[in-house]
Structures are given as C-alpha cells and as structure tokens.
Design a binder for this molecule. Structure first.
Ligand code: SF4
Length: 305
C-alpha cells in the first residue's frame, strides 16, 4: 500500500496530473485525490487549475466526459473506463430526439447524469442542487421535458407545483432505499435526522427530514446543530461527511446504497492509468460544442440572482 501511494505521488508529479474523486468513491481513493466533490463541481474545479496537463477522473463515464468538454486542452483519463452509469444509459440521443418530436416546442432539461450526446440534444443541463432553479427559469411554458431521472424530476415538480414531462429513468442504487427502511432505522436511532438525495423515490423523500444534493449534504454537516444523521445516498459520502464534520455521527440509512460502478476505481488502477495514460476520454468536437451550450446555460442561470 505504501509503495502504491508513493508510486502514485511520483507519477502525478511527473505527469502534471490532478486527481479528482467523486464523493461516492471509496475512502482510499478520496484520500489520495487533490479534490473531492460532486461531478459538476469537480469539472469546474479542474478548469480552474492552471498547471495541470492531465486530469485523472475517479468517477463514472459521464463525469469524465463533462471534464473533457470543460477542459479541451487537457488529457482526461479514467482509471476504469468500464465504470458507467446505468441511469445515464437509460436514454440515448435517438430516444431523446424521438421524445422531443412527440412534444414539439417543449424545452428539454437534462440532468448532468447523462451522456454527452444527450446533453448535446438538450436546451439546458441541471444538477441535483440547481434543478429547481433551472426549471423555474424556463417560465410558464406549457410543457418542459426532463431527462433522464424521473425522481429528481418529481422532486422539482413538487417544489414548483407544476407538472413536467418526465423520462422514466432512475438510479438503481438510490431506488433500493424505501420508506419502510427509513422508518425501521428511525426506530433504532430515534434522535437521528434523515438526509436523502433527490434521486430517491418520492415516498422515500417523504420519510426524510432533508432532501439534499451531495454538496448540500456536506454543507449542512458543517453547520448543523444536530449530532446524528441517517444518510440516504451512496455510502461513499459517509467518508466525506465524517471528514467534514468528525463530531457528528453519520449512519448509512441502508446496507444497499453501494453503486458498483463507483467502486470500480482502485488505487492500483489509478497507478496504471498514470503510467500508461490510459484510458483517455474524448468527446467528438461537434457533440462537445453542443453539450457545452447546455452546460453553459445552466451555469449562467445558476449564477443569476
Ligand atoms: S449512484 Fe446512481 S446515478 Fe450515480 S453513478 Fe451510480 S448508478 Fe449512476
């Protein structure tokens, strides 16, 4: 293990590489990363680093694609290119084109957990933290298409009191958390507050005290007066939360909140990736340019007061 860490540290200097890790990565991967955060925040962070030639993205494919779109002059590498996202793969660009044809004139909002091709077909992207604001910014249009996560879409519907036309995608990991599990865990931990991600089902969200993106969970942990939380999102975030707020007890809301794709990245694969500069993630220029328009529009709306 010590040799492995030493090799990674040597190689990242030789390659002028920055290592980014999503909060759902395993603790040892988070600990060697230069930055840990949510997918979009990490890509923006990478774009602000002046002296890196290489980005090693420890996450899943759509995240590395976004990093490549936002960092065109840099090599973006994935330690395990097989780490995909089943939710992102629940809609293809062809399917979205068909969906749009069935709803002419309706703008399309696309969760960043989607492929670059799907982003390129969309009007504006959103993250789980800004989805409400993005949809609201579109005004009182008759129809808005929302892809691919139906549960984030339903969360937005409930916040705004309006209907969206939802694609029926979902995250298989968050889907496993049901309200009965939360009620059982609350009986075991009666003083605990419950935080869940908006990718969970509406009935699960109803059983929680807070519905938050991963970034918002970390922000809450740093400021809350509460001392015990049940955490209803992928288990990797427990490490992030415990480091951010060591005085708080964070308990997984279920034993099944483990995304197998997020756990494909290992230290050994990071070392090999730095040695071989494989696997490079690229996005065709035309798709990247169109996807960037949807991403930039999200940024612009998000930054507006
Ligand atoms: S946790 Fe869900 S949305 Fe995130 S990468 Fe895994 S399958 Fe995709």
């Amino acid at each position: 293990m010590e040799n492995l860490l030493a090799d990674i540290n040597r190689l990242r200097q030789e390659r002028r590489a920055v290592i980014l890790a999503h909060t759902y990565q395993s603790p040892e991967v988070q600990d060697i990363a230069d930055f840990v955060g949510d997918s979009y925040g990490l890509s923006v962070k990478a774009a602000q680093i002046a002296d890196a030639d290489v980005i090693v993205f420890c996450g899943v494919q759509f995240m590395a694609e976004t990093a490549a779109i936002l960092n065109p002059g840099r090599q973006v590498l994935m330690p395990d290119p097989e780490a995909g996202c089943p939710m992102a793969d629940m809609i293809t660009a062809d399917q979205l084109r068909q969906f749009k044809a069935e709803h002419p004139g309706a703008p399309t909002v696309c969760y960043v957990n989607s492929t670059a091709e799907v982003k390129a077909e969309s009007d504006v992207c959103c993250t789980s933290s800004n989805a409400v604001k993005i949809v609201q910014s579109l005004g009182d249009v008759p129809e808005i298409l929302f892809v691919p996560d139906q549960y984030l879409g339903r969360f937005v519907e409930r916040q705004l009191g309006r209907r969206l036309v939802l694609w029926e995608g979902f995250c298989p990991t968050h889907y496993t958390l049901g309200p009965e599990t939360i009620r059982k865990m609350k009986r075991l931990h009666p003083d605990a507050k419950v935080m869940v991600h908006p990718e969970t089902r509406p009935e699960t969200q109803d059983a929680a005290d807070f519905i938050l993106s991963t970034g918002q969970m970390v922000d809450l942990a740093k400021t809350t007066p509460y001392r015990q939380f049940l955490v209803g999102t992928e288990e990797g975030i427990l490490h992030t939360l415990r480091k951010a707020a060591p005085h708080i007890e964070f308990i997984p809301a279920s034993d099944f909140l483990r995304c197998p794709n997020m756990k494909k990245t290992t230290l050994a694969k990071i070392k090999t990736c730095l040695e071989t500069r494989q696997t490079r993630i690229t996005v065709p220029a035309e798709i990247a340019a169109k996807a960037k328009i949807a991403i930039d529009k999200m940024l612009q709306i998000s930054a507006a007061k």
